[in-house]
Design a protein around this ligand. Structure first.
Ligand code: NAD
Length: 488
C-alpha cells in the first residue's frame, strides 16, 4: 500500500507584519511529502531583503507597539489563547505536520501538536514567576536587579519537530515581551505557516511574530544571524550549523543559545527491569524514525543479559509497523528526504562491513517512492566505529555489550556529543553514581524523555551552548539590569 497523496498542493508564504506575503524576489521552492516523494507545495523563498523587512516589522512592533509595554497578564492572555487555538485546530495541524515530515499521525496528534499548545500554555503562566531581586547592604542604598525584554530575537529551527520546537522558542521569547523573526527549516515550513493565522486570530499585535522561509547558508538563515538589529539567536539544529552561526553572529555580538546534535547512550544493567527497559529502548531508538536529538541511539547492555535483551529487542523491532504516516496504526513513517535516507543507508552499509545487521536496514520499496526504511539493529562494531561516534539521525541502533559499570561510563562518554542518556538499573546507588559521571545535559534513570518544562534542557560538549526550559528560557530571552537608589 502506498502513502496518501493530498489532492491539491499548498502554497506557503512568508508572514511579515501580520500579513502573509510573497518573497521579495517572487521566487519559490518546493516542499516534498517524504511519504510519496511528490511535491506537497511551493514555499516563498525568503531572501536577505525579506529578513530586512521582517526585522524592521519586529523592531517597529518592539519600539512602537504595545507588546513590550503590556502587563505580563495581558501578554499571558494572548499566549494562552494561541495555545487554545492550537488545540482547537489540532487535527489540521497534525495532518500538516505528518504530510510535511513523514512522521506517524499518532505522534503528531498525541505528541508534537499538544506539546506545541503546552509550550504556550506553560510559558503564559510561568513568565509571571520571574521576580525581581532587591539588595540593600549599605544603609540608604537599594539595588534592584530587574529583567527586561531584549528587542528583536532570531529563532532558527530544524525539521524533525517543526511546530514543537518553533513554539518552544516563540512562547518564552514573546512571554518576556520581545518580538521575533522565525526561520523554519526549509524541509518543513507547513505548520509555522498555519501558526501565523492562529496568532492573528488570537490577537497577537502585528509584527510581534514574523516568519521568513528559506535556506541557511547565503539565505534567510544567514541573513538573520548577521542582521545588526537582531539581539539574540536561539538555534536548534546540527552541530556544524551551530558553529557557522556562532561565527556569523560574532560580528554583531549576539547572545546565542544552541541546542545541537546528540548521540544518546542507553545503558541496560543486568539488574534492570528488562521488560520495561526493552520496551522503552524501542521507543527511544525509533520514535520519529530515529530522527530525535534525544534518541537512545547507542545501546549498551551488560553482558550477563546481552543475549536475552538483544533477542527480545530484535523480535520487537522486526514487528514495528512501517507505513503511511496518515494511517493511525502506523508506528514508523518516512525519513525526511531522499538525501537524508541515503546518508542513513550509507551508515547501514558501513555497519554491514564492520559488524552484523540483526534486523532491518533496507529501503521498503513496496510503500512506493517514499523514503521508508525498515528499523535496523547492528552488533559487532568496534568501539571506534563511526556508527558509535557520529549522529546517524535515523532508525539504526548499534548494540554493544559491556562488563563493568566503569566500562559502561567510558562507552557512554566516548562521543563528542553530550545531550542525553538513559540508564536502567534497580540499584539506587548505582543509578546515582552513574548518572553523575555521564557527561550529558540530561540523564534519564529507568525512563526516557520524561520532561518537566521547568528543568534545564540542553547539551554539554558538542551538543550545545546554554539551556532552555523554565527560567533558563526566560533568562535567555531577557536582559538583566541593575538599578541602584540612594535615599536619605
Ligand atoms: P540543520 O542545522 O541543517 O538546520 C537547522 C536550521 O538551521 C534550518 O532552519 C536551516 O535552514 C538553518 N541553517 C542551516 N545553515 C544555516 C546557517 N549557516 N545560518 C543560519 N541558519 C542556518 O539541522 P536539521 O538537519 O534541520 O536538524 C537536525 C539536527 O538538529 C540534528 O543534528 C539534531 O540532533 C538537531 N536537533 C537538536 C535538538 C536539541 O534540542 N538539541 C532538537 C532537535 C534537533
Amino acid at each position: 500500500m502506498t502513502a496518501t497523496t493530498p489532492t491539491k498542493t499548498v502554497h506557503i508564504d512568508n508572514f511579515i507584519g501580520g500579513e502573509y506575503v510573497r518573497s521579495s524576489g517572487g521566487k519559490t521552492f518546493e516542499t516534498i511529502n517524504p511519504a510519496t516523494g511528490k511535491v506537497l507545495g511551493s514555499v516563498a523563498l525568503g531572501t536577505a531583503d525579506d529578513i530586512n523587512d521582517a526585522v524592521a516589522a519586529a523592531k517597529h512592533a518592539f519600539e512602537k507597539g504595545p507588546w513590550p509595554q503590556m502587563s505580563i497578564a495581558e501578554r499571558a492572555h494572548i499566549l494562552k489563547r494561541i495555545g487554545d487555538l492550537i488545540i482547537a485546530r489540532q487535527d489540521e495541524l497534525a495532518r500538516a505536520e505528518s504530510l510535511d515530515t513523514g512522521k506517524p499521525i499518532s505522534e503528531s496528534l498525541n505528541g508534537d501538536i499538544p506539546r506545541a499548545a503546552l509550550n504556550f500554555h506553560f510559558f503564559a503562566q510561568y513568565a509571571a514567576s520571574i521576580g525581581e531581586e532587591s539588595f540593600s547592604s549599605n544603609p540608604g542604598e537599594r539595588h534592584l536587579a530587574i529583567r527586561e525584554p531584549m528587542g528583536v530575537c532570531g529563532l532558527i529551527t530544524p525539521w524533525n519537530l517543526p511546530l514543537y520546537l518553533a513554539t518552544w522558542k516563540i512562547a518564552p521569547c514573546l512571554a518576556m515581551g520581545n518580538t521575533c523573526v522565525l526561520k523554519p527549516a526549509e524541509w518543513t515550513p507547513y505548520t509555522a505557516y498555519l501558526l501565523a493565522d492562529i496568532v492573528n486570530v488570537a490577537g497577537l499585535p502585528k509584527g510581534v511574530l514574523n516568519i521568513v522561509n528559506g535556506f541557511g547558508p547565503d539565505g534567510a538563515g544567514e541573513a538573520l544571524t548577521t542582521h545588526p538589529d537582531v539581539r539574540s539567536i536561539s538555534f536548534t539544529g546540527a552541530t556544524g550549523t551551530g558553529k557557522a552561526i556562532m561565527k556569523n553572529a560574532a560580528a554583531t555580538l549576539k547572545k546565542v543559545s544552541f541546542e545541537l546534535g546528540g548521540k544518546g547512550a542507553n545503558i541496560i544493567f543486568a539488574d534492570a527491569n528488562l521488560e520495561e527497559a526493552i520496551a522503552t529502548s524501542v521507543r527511544a531508538a525509533y520514535r520519529n524514525q530515529g530522527q530525535i536529538c534525544l534518541a537512545g541511539s547507542r545501546l549498551f547492555v551488560q553482558k550477563e543479559v546481552y543475549k536475552e535483551v538483544v533477542e527480545k529487542l530484535a523480535e520487537r523491532v522486526g514487528k514495528i509497523k512501517v507505513g503511511d504516516p496518515l494511517q493511525s496504526s502506523t508506528e514508523m513513517g518516512a525519513l525526511i528526504s531522499q538525501e537524508h535516507m541515503e546518508k542513513v543507508l550509507s551508515y547501514i552499509e558501513l555497519g554491514k562491513q564492520e559488524g552484523k545487521v540483526l534486523t532491518g536496514g533496507e529501503r521498503i520499496t513496496e510503500l512506493g517512492d517514499g523514503y521508508f526504511l525498515s528499523p535496523c539493529i547492528i552488533e559487532g562494531l568496534n568501539a571506534d566505529s563511526r556508527l558509535l561516534k557520529e549522529e546517524i539521525f535515523g532508525p539504526v541502533l548499534p548494540v554493544v555489550p559491556f562488563a563493568s559499570e566503569e566500562e559502561a561510563i567510558e562507552l557512554a562518554n566516548s562521543t563528542p556529543y553530550g545531550l542525553s542518556a538513559s540508564l536502567w538499573s534497580e540499584n539506587v546507588n548505582r543509578c546515582h553514581r552513574v548518572s553523575q559521571k555521564i557527561r550529558s545535559g540530561m540523564v534519564w534513570v529507568n525512563c526516557w524523555f520524561a520532561r518537566d518544562l521547568r528543568t534545564p534542557f540542553g547539551g554539554q560538549k558538542s551538543s550545545g551552548i546554554g539551556r532552555e526550559g523554565g527560567r533558563y528560557s526566560l533568562e535567555f530571552f531577557s536582559e538583566a539590569k541593575t538599578i541602584s537608589y540612594k535615599y536619605s
